[in-house]
Design a protein around this ligand. Structure first.
Ligand SMILES: C[S@@+](CC[C@H](N)C(=O)[O-])C[C@H]1O[C@@H](n2cnc3c(N)ncnc32)[C@H](O)[C@@H]1O
Length: 238
């Protein structure tokens, strides 16, 4: 099982520090919502965000959007061997139902996430496709490991151990029952806090240059799928 966690996601509603600012009010007026119901987005609120603490690390919902597009509806996801969680910068965790078909259109995705962050789950009634769960990141990771000694927790990070595609293959187990937990940052700039880094046993670097989070997600997902024979097995069952 591959457990993907998008870490420190740059995904939040507009904070009160900038909600009264003219541009923010104007944008909210155009969207027909209150500022506190809108996603913070550097492309709309970039100037106002310079007032925010850690402003450079925040307001990039597109990173989560593209990363989810890279992970969902893949053969691994359809085979039931993938879980996806979003870890927000305030520590909350969102569970993504692997059966969710997200809107392909970015504006519609933004509307969905706004509803999620206001209400705590979408859809509001019935089986949630995305919902905030009452777990911390350390608890989530330790539950995934299930006391299985071979379980792996891997952080994708610049300055980790240099890992080619071939060596990434050999890191992964051959069998899907062994849990593999992989963390990928979903923020534009900066580094992970030290206490977060310590939650992962192995740190890997996949290229000598910084990569887009969604390319990292895709590389991990497809190498894992090949290593565990997921696609081959799907053919053999048809
Ligand atoms: C855009 S990076 C985030 C921050 C980055 N320090 C920056 O300044 O742009 C998004 C995430 O992708 C992963 N990542 C980026 N480059 C990587 C690399 N060369 N090897 C492994 N993971 C990488 C890390 O998990 C990182 O947090």
């Amino acid at each position: 099982m591959l457990h993907m966690i998008l870490l420190e996601c740059a995904l939040e509603l507009i904070p009160s520090e900038i909600s009264a600012m003219k541009q923010v009010q104007k944008h909210a007026g155009r969207r027909g919502k209150k500022p506190s119901e809108l996603l913070l987005d550097q492309s709309h609120h970039g100037r106002e965000m310079t007032r925010l603490e850690n402003g450079l690390q925040r307001g990039r919902p597109d990173i989560v959007f593209h990363s989810l597009m890279a992970l969902l509806e893949t053969p691994l996801c359809k085979s039931g061997n993938l879980t996806i969680h979003l870890h927000l910068q305030d520590g909350r965790i969102i569970e993504v139902n692997p059966e969710v078909r997200l809107p392909r259109n970015y504006d519609r995705f933004v509307g969905l996430i706004e509803q999620l962050l206001v209400k705590g789950q979408v859809p509001v009634e019935g089986t949630p496709l995305l919902h905030v769960i009452k777990k911390t990141l350390p608890k989530l990771i330790s539950e995934f490991k299930k006391d299985i000694s071979e379980a792996q927790s891997i952080l994708a990070i610049e300055n980790g151990s240099k890992t080619s595609i071939d060596s990434l293959q050999s890191i992964f187990p051959l069998d899907t029952p062994i849990p593999v937990i992989v963390g990928v940052g979903a923020f534009p700039h900066g580094d992970f806090p030290n206490e977060l880094k310590e939650l992962f046993g192995t740190h890997i670097e996949l290229d000598k240059e910084v990569m887009m989070a969604w390319h990292v997600c895709a590389e991990i997902l497809w190498i894992y799928s090949a290593r565990t024979g997921v696609i081959k097995n799907r053919y053999s069952t048809t």
